[in-house]
Ligand binder design. Structure first.
Ligand SMILES: CC(C)(COP(=O)(O)OP(=O)(O)OC[C@H]1O[C@@H](n2cnc3c(N)ncnc32)[C@H](O)[C@@H]1OP(=O)(O)O)[C@@H](O)C(=O)NCCC(=O)NCCS
Length: 437
């Protein structure tokens, strides 16, 4: 079973409709991710859910003696880049190798084949969520978004008089029936901010299907905010936990998902969740690192910041394609040399954002809010900045600091050039990806 001849273990594609094979393939993931096997009476339902989830996606893995020992999945989705609309990305997930077969190059082989295929098929970017931070830098991935955990003392929250307000109303809804409204709100939200990922219809069905493996729990409530015309323009899904010490409430709420189309709606949703009777503490994970809530309060320390962790990792497969796909608030010209030994990102490009471009659409008088397109061309010139593919992935959405990476010895160039790169890539809102995949 554990022959060291890894050449005898080619990466094989798996047909997602082949449920017999799928069951063995899924077991690799459960072992890798330390997940419990489903109870026997639930096994068929879980397999059906998985088959539905991965239908049309790319599944692969490695067989040893007829048993799946490595698993890998990728699929096409959309990622919002700064200032521009969503672009296609190769999303990678369900990566696992059995402990009996680890560190023999199986991950390297699976990801190598997938990234080659993605590049050949025209993808400029690949994305994943890293289980452990040291794994994926070697494959050219860098952490491109971070997410904050908040712990809020509900009783200490008093909103400032100047905090924005929205016209409209709030309604508690049944998620199973209301998810299309939530999906529409989320879709607008993820397009409006860099880092946003598409959520397929199935994502919503899985969250809102009672008893499903990925469903929000039975103590979850969903509140929808509607504008004056009754159209949903924000929602919060939150879970409550009842806990008392004697007759004193220690009840907590956990915000699972909160999206708003405007600052006023954002305030209304937070104010609602923070004012639910009995709730003393509100936890929220995967919030943007520049979450506005503390700034709305008389006492911003009512919001304690828990861990801030990386979430979405990006791998640039096509440097000119990726740099030209986003927009820029900075202006000027830099030659970048990307180091990517044996990889598709290696080479030098000239990144030019016209200083005369004021971000106005001209023809139709539209205002692009100062965002300008870049011309990105291959360059034989002396580079201003030299950086690795993983560092470019970390910088692309504007989250990482070129200056900090230079201080760490991971981005090289004259201080003025590094500062210029940071100004070119700067974004007005921290990129945010609240969608696990
Ligand atoms: C992470 C995992 C998929 C790696 O698979 P693998 O087949 O052992 O990896 P490979 O042998 O191809 O390793 C390739 C390189 O990555 C390194 N590497 C792999 N896993 C690593 C880890 N967890 N931490 C640090 N380095 C790691 C290897 O040392 C090797 O380095 P080298 O090229 O410098 O020699 C596997 O250990 C696993 O299933 N872990 C548990 C589940 C998990 O974390 N999955 C990833 C989800 S994002």
């Amino acid at each position: 079973m554990t022959s060291p001849q890894t050449d005898a273990w080619p990466v094989r594609a798996l047909d997602p409709a082949d449920t017999a094979s799928l069951a063995g393939w899924a077991q690799v993931g459960r072992t890798g991710f330390m997940a419990a096997a489903p109870a026997p009476q639930e096994a068929d339902a879980r397999l059906r859910e998985l088959a539905e989830r991965v239908a049309g996606q790319r599944l692969s893995g490695v067989l040893d003696g007829g048993r799946w020992v490595a698993a890998y999945r990728s699929f096409d989705t959309e990622l919002t880049l700064p200032g521009s609309g969503p672009v296609p990305v190769d999303a990678i997930s369900s990566v696992a190798v059995l402990p009996t077969h680890r560190r023999r190059g199986l991950l390297r082989r699976m990801i190598g084949e997938d990234l080659r295929r993605a590049r050949e098929q025209g993808h400029a970017l690949a994305a994943l969520i890293a289980a452990e931070a040291p794994i994926y830098g070697r494959f050219g991935f860098g952490p491109a978004t971070r997410a904050a955990t908040l712990v809020v003392d509900a009783g200490a929250c008093r909103f400032r008089e100047d905090a924005p307000r929205a016209q409209g109303s709030l309604e508690l809804v049944e998620a199973a029936g209301a998810w299309p409204e939530l999906a529409a709100v989320h879709d607008a939200s993820r397009r409006a901010r860099a880092g946003g990922l598409q959520r397929e219809e199935l994502w919503w069905r899985e969250r809102t299907r009672p008893g499903g493996e990925r469903a929000w729990g039975p103590r979850t409530h969903v509140v929808v905010h509607r504008d004056a015309a009754g159209v949903a323009d924000g929602y919060a899904a939150y879970e409550v936990e009842e806990r008392w010490e004697g007759r004193v409430s220690r009840c907590a709420a956990r915000v699972l998902d909160l999206h708003a189309s405007s600052p006023g709606v954002h305030r209304a949703l937070w104010e609602f969740v923070l004012s639910v009777d009995w709730v003393r503490t509100v936890h929220a994970a995967e919030r943007p690192v520049d979450e506005v809530l503390p700034l709305l309060l008389h006492d911003p320390r009512a919001v304690q910041h828990g861990p801030v962790d990386d979430l979405l990792w990006l791998r640039v497969l096509d440097v000119p394609g990726a740099l030209a796909a986003r927009r820029y608030l900075g202006r000027g010209t830099l030659v970048l040399r990307v180091l990517d030994p044996g990889g598709p990102a290696a080479g030098s490009v000239r990144l030019h954002v016209d200083p005369a471009d004021d971000g106005d659409d001209g023809d139709d008088g539209g205002d692009r809010g100062g965002w300008a397109c870049a011309e990105v061309t291959a360059s034989a010139g002396e580079p201003d900045v030299v950086l690795g593919a993983a560092e470019l992935g970390a910088l692309l959405l504007g989250d990482a600091s070129a200056v900090a990476l230079a201080a760490a010895g991971r981005v090289h160039g004259a201080p003025a050039a590094v500062r210029h790169l940071q100004q070119l890539l700067a974004v007005p809102q921290a990129p945010w990806c609240p969608t696990w995949f």
